[in-house]
Write a protein that binds this ligand. Sequence first.
Ligand code: FES
Length: 344
Amino acid sequence: MKKIKLTIDGMEITADADANILDAAMENGIYIPHLCHHPDLKPVGACRMCEVEVGGRNVMSCLTPVADGLEVKTDTPAIRAARQMNAELLIANHHQECLSCGSSHHCELLRVADSVGVNGDRLMHLTPRAELLPIDTSNPFFKYDPNKCIACGICVRTCDEIVGLGVLSFIERGNRTVVGTFADKPFIESICESCGECVVRCPVGSLAPKRTIRPSHEVQTTCVYCGVGCGIYLGVKGDRVVSVRADGERPSNQGSLCVKGRFGYNFINHPDRLTTPLIKKDGEFVEATWDEALDLVAEKLAPYKGRQFAALASAKCTNEDNYLIQKFARAVMQTNTVDHCARL
Ligand code: FES
C-alpha cells in the first residue's frame, strides 16, 4: 500500500494512501471523537462528532480521504463548539441512568462527552425524550433499549454489510429516530439470527448482552461448534466461563461469530450437567466411580471393533476431547467412521 504524509495539529504522520483522516489519526494514536464510525464498516458521516478543519473548512474526518501534505486541525474553537453542541444534543436525547447502565465502562458517548466537555447549564435546558420506550427483552441472548439509541446506525450497517440479513433499519423521524426491526416487531419475531454482531458493535449499550459478568482474564482458543475454526477468547472468572469474544486476528472469522459460538456457552457450567458417571442398575441410574464406568464401557465396546463401530463426537466437548475420541476410534476401535454433531 502506497504511503503518504500529512500533518495533524502540526504533527507529521504517515498513512495508507486510501485511508480517511479519522482512521489515519487513530492509527497514529491521535484521538478524534467519533460515534458512528467503525473500522469494519463503510463510513457514513451521521454523528458529525469527528469534524476537523482542513484548508479553513470544517469537514467530517471519517468521510475525508487523506492526501499528501494535507494540514488537519482537530482542536479549533469552531470545532470545539460544534462537537460540544452535538454531544449535548445526543446526551439530552439519551437515557439518563449512566450509573445503572451495564455498558458504562465501555460507552463511547461517555468517552466523547468526556473528551469534548459538556455544558451542564445548557444541557438542563434541552428537552429530554418525552416518553420512555419499552425495552425489548424478547431475544434470549440480548436486550434492546431504544432509550439509549443514539441513531449512529452501526447496528443497521453491521446487519447489512457484515451479516447480510438487513434485520434493522431506522424507524420514526427527527429526534424520535431509533433503530427497529421490520414493522417495529420484537426481535424474536423478526428474521434476526441472534449472531450478536450488532450487539458487540453498539457503542452505547442500547443493544447489550443479557449476561454481563466481566471476566478476570481471557483464554484464546478455537470454537468447537463446527469445522470453520473461528478464533475466540473465553472470558473466565474463577473456574467459570462467563463470556466469549471473537478473535479479530483469526483469518477464518475475522472478528465475527454465529449465535452458537458467541452465546452458546451456558452449558459449560450448567447445574444440570452430569459430573459423575451413572450406571443403570435394575432400571435405575446410580452414581459410579470413573474406574467402574470405564471398565464397563470397555467391556461392552470390546466386541464391536472395526466396521461395527462408529463414533459421533460432540460440539459440547473441548477440542482436546474431540481429538481424543477420533484417536480412540481409529487407534483402539480400528475404524475411520468418525463424525461430529456439527454436521447434522
Ligand atoms: Fe464521522 Fe460520525 S464518526 S460523522
